[in-house]
Design a protein around this ligand. Structure first.
Ligand code: KG4
Ligand code: ZN
Length: 363
């Protein structure tokens, strides 16, 4: 049953290393309002290991989630009985954390007799721009996080066509790996961006992966290896070397990403007509240099760039609550047997990176 009244949804995010909960209101006109959005990062717990440790993440979610939910409800001034639904990210992600969040949401749904919405974390990134901007379907999404890099035609809620993806590393993963090899702390993206601001982007000419290819796919691992080789050649690194390596790496990423998205927009137009906007989401969209590069691509393609504010680009509960509210408005609710999923494609029928590689090999 579709709903045309305003709704209040609690959203829970536990797929990686943020424990997050938020309450979002979706108004009858389709616009959204964030009533609370509490994110508790586990960076300190994982930093000594240089990356996210699944067992530590799951345990920290168990310890923190109840308190975070209580804080989000209190800040929103909302009682559980007022909720129109409770949404949890049911994947893709680290399965221990996903189980913690989804089970908690099921318990709340059962006790308070409110609908459960099992949200795909990637769908939440894809729909978040509609929470902060009046954005109609269809639009072209560049989704870039630590685990995913995709160009997606967003045609409607639950209606996604993947136009391109990475054949190896995700963009955020490449930032994290480069940071690690240069001795910068986890998570690497913001660290590399900061170092790049003081560096010379022309000192090293790193490869621009996939440049000029007619498909809209990405590849980052060759670039990452080139940075590693250069860093090893320069060891021990002076601070200026580190800044220049970061700046030159980021410059290569920018050029490759801009080229890939320009092709993605072209493919979008051929298949679906003009998009209402180019939209960036996921943690990498918090990078200002990448935002600027995307702005140029959008201008050249005569479309508008929409990027949610940085705190809504990285993982948070409001994006899960909002995706839940969008699904709820269409009557798309889940049952108590909704499974937690380590892997969950946004578009079930899309080719896998391995299939894409085979396609490449045949060219
Ligand atoms: O969406 P997100 O918070 O979590 C995932 O679902 O992965 O994205 C985290 C990723 C990490 O790889 C992080 O290094 C990257 O986004 N990231 C950045 C920046 N801020 C976060 N990458 C480049 N520049 C940034 N400023
Ligand atoms: Zn994410």
């Amino acid at each position: 049953m579709a709903q045309d009244t305003s709704t209040l949804v609690l959203g829970i995010e536990t797929t990686c290393d943020e424990t997050a909960a938020a309450v979002v209101e979706r108004l009858a006109d389709g616009s959204g309002r964030i009533l609370s959005n509490i994110v508790r990062s586990q960076i300190d717990e994982h930093a000594p290991f240089g990356g996210v440790v699944p067992e530590i993440a799951a345990r920290a979610h168990v310890d923190m989630l109840d308190g975070i939910i209580a804080a989000a409800m209190k800040e929103a001034g909302v009682d559980f009985s007022q909720l129109s639904g409770v949404a949890a990210a049911a994947g893709p992600g680290l399965i221990g954390g996903v189980i913690v969040g989804l089970t908690t949401a099921k318990a709340i749904a059962m006790v308070h007799a409110t609908p459960l919405i099992a949200v795909n974390h990637l769908e939440a990134h894809a729909l978040t721009p509609r929470l902060t901007a009046a954005l109609a379907f269809p639009y072209c999404l560049f989704l870039a996080s630590g685990g995913h890099t995709q160009i997606v035609a967003v045609l409607g809620v639950g209606d996604y066509v993947r136009l391109g993806t990475t054949v190896d590393d995700a963009v955020g993963e490449a930032f994290d790996k480069v940071a690690k090899m240069l001795g910068l702390p986890y998570p690497g993206g913001p660290q590399v961006e900061r170092a790049a601001q003081n560096g010379d982007p022309t000192r090293f000419t790193f490869p621009r992966p996939m440049l000029g290819r007619p498909d809209a796919n990405f590849s980052l691992s060759g670039l990452k290896t080139a940075v590693r080789n250069e860093a090893q050649r320069l060891m021990p690194l002076e601070p200026q070397d580190l800044d220049d390596l970061c700046a030159s790496f980021q410059a290569a990423v920018l050029e490759s990403v801009a080229d890939r998205i320009a092709v993605g927009l072209k493919l979008f137009r051929e298949q679906f007509g003009a998009p209402h906007a180019l939209v960036a989401a996921g943690g990498v969209a918090a990078n200002l240099a990448i935002r600027n590069a995307l702005q140029d691509v959008a201008t050249k393609a005569q479309t508008t760039l929409i990027v949610p504010p940085p705190q809504l680009c990285t993982d948070n509960g409001a994006m899960i609550a909002w995706a839940g509210a969008e699904r709820l408005a269409l009557g798309l609710v889940d049952q108590m047997d909704a499974p937690p999923r380590a892997r969950w494609k946004l578009d079930q029928d899309a080719a896998t990176p391995a299939e894409l590689l085979n396609t490449r090999a045949r060219h």
